[in-house]
Ligand binder design. Structure first.
Ligand code: KG4
Ligand code: ZN
Length: 348
């Protein structure tokens, strides 16, 4: 059993957590949503300054809530890739400093691997192989989790990430940032079949030149723009915002579900773990569960707090690597991008 303190600061959440293998001892999350809301998206420079301001109080609070002392901590971890470089540097430097001061090993963690490990926090008995549908503000990927630290990225988005599509469509509808939660809320009062929208073209295996499990959301976003403009021109009263949200959400849910189920069946996998901020979406949860049941596949959704960015999932990934004797060098740097298949490069 190992105990890890991890720092997550890849985007707009400063988070520090302490995890004992797959058990959360504390998970402090300071969201910057209020700061970035007025700009309609994350402003990188403001994000890194805020991380710097808040990271130390978050570390103190995480330690206090866990009721542990530094002696109880086996290693310190931080997200080092992918993400906003300035933001990643703040969390990584804080973690490396703690590692040096307290003479503990340091582990650099891949953020997307963290989203995969969020499922283990909720389902301690879950073991590979399984398929992970990773849907966040920056990523839409289907990852074949073969074993601890062994991944194959079998599908990605060709353009916008699923969460990015939610955020952009919310903006078209005049809704605040981040768009996912508010679209999800409004969609509950709308008709998902009210408008027929395109699901994205890259779905079929015989579609030469495209990967069968890739997705595309830019066509859907353009269709939403055209539809909203047309409805506004017709000036038939207020925009049917609930129906627009419900139809958009249902289309995204269908597109993601179709690819995940298809990949799972093709690879003979029986379990799908969903991760990333969009895993919080109620429409996706409902549709994917319904389709998975038809094929007798198991689906795992982390609780909402573990779907969006948090350090507990980073600490959980670090625990597993620590238990496999992996350590990072203190000279490891951050990277804005890195394929999850190359995670072993983060360790000595
Ligand atoms: O994983 P995450 O916290 O950060 C990234 O690593 O990107 O995901 C944030 C994204 C945002 O685009 C947000 O709009 C979306 O997750 N999101 C949702 C919901 N809650 C958050 N999208 C759809 N439905 C939700 N309920
Ligand atoms: Zn994330």
């Amino acid at each position: 059993m190992s105990v890890i303190l991890a720092v997550e600061s890849s985007c707009d959440e400063t988070s520090v957590a302490i995890v004992k293998n797959r058990n959360i001892l504390s998970n402090v999350i300071a969201s910057q949503i209020k700061l970035h809301e007025q700009y309609g998206g994350v402003v990188p420079e403001l994000a890194s300054r805020k991380h710097l301001e808040i990271v130390n109080p978050c570390i103190d609070k995480a330690l206090e809530e866990s009721q542990l002392s530094w002696n109880d901590i086996d290693a310190i971890a931080a997200t080092v890739t992918p993400g906003l470089v300035g933001s990643l540097i703040v969390g990584m430097t804080a973690a490396k400093t703690l590692a040096m001061v307290h003479h503990k090993p340091f582990l650099g963690i891949h953020h997307l691997e963290g989203h995969i490990y969020a499922s283990y926090l909720n389902e301690p008995d879950l073991e590979p192989p399984f398929l992970c549908l990773l849907v966040s503000g920056g990523h839409t990927s289907l990852i074949h989790v073969k074993a601890s630290g062994i991944y194959e990225n079998i599908g990605s988005t060709r353009d916008d990430a699923a969460g990015e599509a939610f955020d952009k469509v919310a903006r078209l509808l005049g809704l605040p940032y981040p768009g996912g939660p508010i679209i999800d809320k409004l969609a509950k009062q709308g008709n998902p079949e009210a408008f027929k929208l395109p699901e994205g073209r890259v779905s079929l295996p015989h579609n030469q030149g495209f990967h069968p499990y890739d997705s595309s959301f830019s066509g859907l976003k353009t269709a939403m723009l055209r539809l909203i403009t047309k409805l506004k021109e017709e000036k038939r009263g207020n925009l049917p915002i609930e129906d627009l949200c419900a139809s958009f959400q249902f289309t995204v849910a269908k597109a993601l579900t179709k690819r995940a189920i298809c990949a799972c069946l093709d690879l003979n996998l029986t379990k799908i773990a969903v991760g990333g901020g969009v895993a919080a979406n109620s429409g996706l949860r409902q549709h994917l569960q319904q389709e998975a049941d038809k094929h007798k596949l198991q689906v795992f959704f982390p609780p909402l707090k573990l779907c969006t960015d948090n350090a507990a999932m980073i600490a959980c990934a670090a625990c597993d690597h620590f238990n496999h004797n992996l350590r990072s060098s203190l000279s490891l740097g951050v990277a804005s991008r890195m394929n999850i298949e190359n995670v072993s490069k983060l360790y000595q």
